[in-house]
Every structure is written in structure tokens, then in C-alpha cells.
Design a protein around this ligand. Structure first.
Ligand code: SF4
Length: 263
């Protein structure tokens, strides 16, 4: 049985050690390839397509995406076990979107748990409910993005309506061990007091959510678009200033949630 789970294959584009922004404690982040959304501000555009692709970085072409086994990923994850124990950290599945590869994700999460390693996921929430039903028992912390309440505006900026995400949020809130909502704050998309209030009120209404993290828009990763032969359509958008973020934070706190700026 153990041999089977270790040989399950999946496609990733990076593994990053020593992260402190993607779940509790010090964590190793496994970035899976493939995402059902196309957020205009995405700082990992090379994550979106499941297919391997070529990206030019500093004049050098490189292939993004590699096929690995659960055993190979766990070898990397195991390297920092001592830090996980000291800090309450562990392994986080990110992307991309971990639900795009449910068998691989499920195997990684089960294997980590079997080894006593804490698990977290970062998710856009856009998938079939059955996928969450199967994977949630193996996850300690779910970091779920709620980007906008209005379905049409969500579709304009991410390519998909928000209805499925809101339905899944309700389901996750009932079943998850711990759910934290995160909202990337994107000028021209969702940075008004009204829009952030609607998101915070929705998160609070889920019943089990205590925290909402506001993640300010940034341009890190924008040069990757040119490297992929794509246009970065957010180049004229200004980064939100500290005052603006504090204003939005007080809106979140006024709904009864504990707000935070940054992950
Ligand atoms: S959900 Fe995340 S990974 Fe997917 S396109 Fe949006 S920002 Fe990028």
C-alpha cells in the first residue's frame, strides 16, 4: 500500500522551502501545475496551464512543469521536519490549484499526515464539491480565496463566476478542521469598502471562519508574462497604499472577524 502511494505521479512547477506566509509555522510549499481560473493579477502565470510550457527568464528559456512522484516530493518535504516540529509548520499544497490533480494531491496529503506532518492548502475553491469531500479529511488548514461576491465581476477578472466558490465555501466551512479566508486586494476589481465588506460579511456568515487575510496587490511576477509570450494587463494598476489597506482592515474587523494584512 505504502509503495503504491509513493509512486503516484503528479505535475508541479516548484517546491519552496522556509515559507512563513502560507499557513502556520515554517512550511514547504509544493506548487502544482494547473488552475481553472485566469486571474488578471496572478503572480504565477506559469502555474495556470496543466501542460508543460516554455518560459524565458533573464534571456534563458526553461521548461516549466515536471512530473514527479509522491515519494520524490516527500523526500524534499522531509528535509525540514525539524523546523515544522519547532514552529508548528508543515507542508502546503499551492499552485496553481491543488484540486486540479486530486489523486496526486490526496496521496501527498495522506502521506504527509501518515508521517505526522501538518498539512495546509491554498485554494481558489473552484472545483466539484466531491473533490473537497474526499480531500478535506487529510487537511489541517484550508486557506480559501474569496475574491469577489458579485458573480459577473468575478468572471470578468478571473474567467469564472463565483457561485461554485461560494457554495464550496459553505461546504468547507462545515467540514474543515480550520478555514481561513483570504482576499487579494486588487484595485479596480475589489478594493472598495463596500466590496470588502460584502466579502467579510459572507466569510463571517459561514459560521466557523474567524480570520480574514487581506493580501495587497503587488507586481511580483509581472515580468513572467512576457517570458511566456503573454500580455500583463494590470500594468497601469497602482499598488494599494498602507492607509487604504488599514481602512479595509477596519472594515473586516467591524464584521466580527479578525482581520490581518498579509498572509
Ligand atoms: S487562482 Fe491563483 S493560481 Fe489560479 S489564476 Fe488565480 S491567482 Fe493564479
Amino acid at each position: 500500500m505504502e509503495e503504491n502511494i509513493l509512486s503516484v505521479q503528479g505535475r508541479i512547477f516548484n517546491i519552496q522551502r522556509y515559507s512563513i506566509h502560507d499557513g502556520p509555522g515554517i512550511r514547504t510549499i509544493v506548487f502544482l501545475k494547473g488552475c481553472p481560473l485566469r486571474c488578471r493579477w496572478c503572480c504565477n502565470p506559469e502555474s495556470q496551464k496543466y501542460e508543460k510550457e516554455t518560459m524565458v527568464t533573464a534571456g534563458k528559456a526553461e521548461t516549466v512543469g515536471r512530473d514527479v512522484t509522491v515519494g520524490e516530493v516527500m523526500e524534499e518535504v522531509e528535509k525540514d521536519r525539524v523546523y515544522y516540529l519547532r514552529s508548528g509548520g508543515g507542508m502546503t499544497l499551492s499552485g496553481g490549484e491543488f484540486t486540479v490533480q486530486p489523486e496526486f494531491s490526496g496521496s501527498l496529503l495522506r502521506e504527509a499526515r501518515n508521517r505526522g506532518i501538518n498539512t495546509a492548502v491554498e485554494t481558489c475553491g473552484f472545483t466539484r464539491k466531491e473533490v473537497f469531500e474526499e480531500l478535506l479529511p487529510h487537511i489541517d488548514t484550508v486557506l480559501l480565496d474569496i475574491k469577489h461576491i458579485d458573480g459577473e465581476k468575478h468572471r470578468q477578472f478571473t474567467g469564472q463566476d463565483s457561485t461554485v466558490i461560494k457554495e464550496n465555501a459553505l461546504f468547507i466551512a462545515k467540514k474543515a478542521k480550520k478555514l481561513i479566508v483570504r482576499t487579494p486586494v486588487i484595485p479596480t476589481f475589489n478594493d472598495t469598502l463596500k466590496e470588502i465588506r460584502e466579502i467579510a460579511e459572507f466569510a463571517y456568515s459561514l459560521g466557523t471562519v474567524k480570520e480574514l487575510h487581506l493580501l495587497p496587490y503587488h507586481r511580483i511576477g509581472s515580468d513572467k508574462y512576457a517570458g511566456l509570450g503573454r500580455e500583463y494587463t494590470m500594468k497601469n494598476i497602482a499598488v494599494p497604499d498602507k492607509l487604504k489597506m488599514e481602512e479595509l482592515l477596519s472594515v473586516v474587523n467591524s464584521t466580527g472577524l479578525k482581520g490581518q494584512i498579509g498572509g
